[in-house]
Ligand binder design. Structure first.
Ligand SMILES: [Zn+2]
Length: 360
């Protein structure tokens, strides 16, 4: 009887110890894999930042504003069409030298389809980096988080845990890890937006990945940068986005004074700011020595979920340039005509995106 008891204790101990020594460490290793320095999460796995090449820092393969799913019986998801469109867009971008596309779609809008990104990246050789993140108070879907505030929950902490998990473990069960944190703020940051930005700073400190932002503009960029830095974000890993919403170079410089990067990432959305105005502003900033802090992109939405967007005839012209090859085909020649050098263009398109990931 006593022997059997001893046998039991020994047996259980062996099982217990084996479990902790063998079973758990590999699981942790596989699950929580922090990025090695110099590496970037693409949807097909980590690659060295050196390999990113010409990068568009803010585009969308597919997108929909929250609520689109209420329309889904009449306009069901058509991922086959989104995939076909994505292939066309990647070919167009590849042909003009783009090698990396950052999809800036946050978690709470439609279109962040990780399986779509994976399929596109596998079929082409384009590096695709996807986001973890939450959109603005009024255009995102904050109700899920906001209702938790009522019960006294620290949602910044909860949200940061989600961001960190999507960066280090993966998005859902896809195994795909987010490469950037995307957040959005209104001209005056709401309490919810502050919580989201605080969460982004916490997640950046834990994982080292860059924060890219949406601003409504033509104001708000300075406050957003200040808030992120106050919460401990690394200015060299923060890209304040949509600064081209403003035509005022003084506004751009005020954001740059915070030590962060800025992105003229709506080039081609001429309905907000015409391309020639943006080009002149970029050229002015390059002349004043800011080329190493500027990124360029289009914020294209290449596939709209839900019912098609019908643009009235008279506005069509204002959307003609909103395409993935506008910078390569039109903007770069225009910048050169304004005196921007080939080297400055290379810095904005290749060096700066890489350095954002490296924190340089
Ligand atoms: Zn966007």
């Amino acid at each position: 009887m006593k022997q059997r008891k001893i046998f039991h204790v020994v047996f259980l101990s062996i099982v217990f110890v084996t479990f902790f020594l063998v079973a758990i460490p590999p699981t942790i290793g596989k699950e929580m894999s922090p990025l090695k320095p110099g590496m970037v999460n693409t949807v097909l796995g980590p690659i060295p930042a050196e390999k990113l090449g010409t990068t568009l820092i803010h585009e969308h393969f597919a997108f929909a504003y929250p609520g689109w799913f209420a329309d889904s019986t009449m306009y069901p998801e058509n991922w086959k069409e989104a995939y076909k469109t994505g292939l066309r867009v990647i070919k167009t971008a590849w042909d003009v030298g783009v090698r990396t596309i950052v999809d800036a779609t946050p978690n709470d809008t439609g279109g962040r389809n990780v399986e779509l990104y994976k399929k596109l990246a596998r079929k082409t050789r384009m590096n695709i980096i996807c986001s973890t993140g939450l959109y603005t108070d009024h255009e995102g879907s904050p109700a899920y988080w906001k209702t938790r505030v009522i019960w006294g929950t620290d949602i910044a902490q909860l949200i940061s845990e989600m961001f960190i998990r999507e960066i280090t473990v993966g998005i859902g069960k896809t195994g795909v890890k987010a490469g950037v944190i995307k957040v959005g703020s209104s001209p005056e940051m709401s309490k919810y937006e502050q919580a989201v930005h605080k969460a982004a700073a916490i997640a950046q400190k834990a994982t080292g990945v860059p924060i890219i932002t949406h601003t409504e503009g033509p104001t708000g960029g300075v406050e957003q940068a200040e808030f992120l830095l106050k919460e401990g974000a690394d200015p060299k890993k923060v890209v304040i986005g949509h600064v081209s919403n403003s035509r005022d170079v003084q506004y751009h410089k005020a954001i740059l004074a915070k030590g962060v990067y800025i992105a003229f990432d709506r080039i081609g959305l001429d309905i907000i700011t015409p391309t020639d105005v943006i080009v002149k502003n970029i050229a002015t900033l390059c002349k004043e020595g800011y080329a190493d802090r500027i990124l360029l992109s289009h914020d294209t939405v290449n596939y709209w979920l839900g019912r098609p967007i019908s643009v009235p005839e008279k506005y069509l012209k204002a959307f003609e340039n909103w395409r993935i090859d506008h910078i390569a085909k039109n903007v770069i020649p225009m910048l050169k005509a304004e005196g921007v050098t080939d080297e400055q263009i290379r810095v904005m398109m290749v060096e700066n995106p890489k350095n954002v990931f490296l924190g340089k």
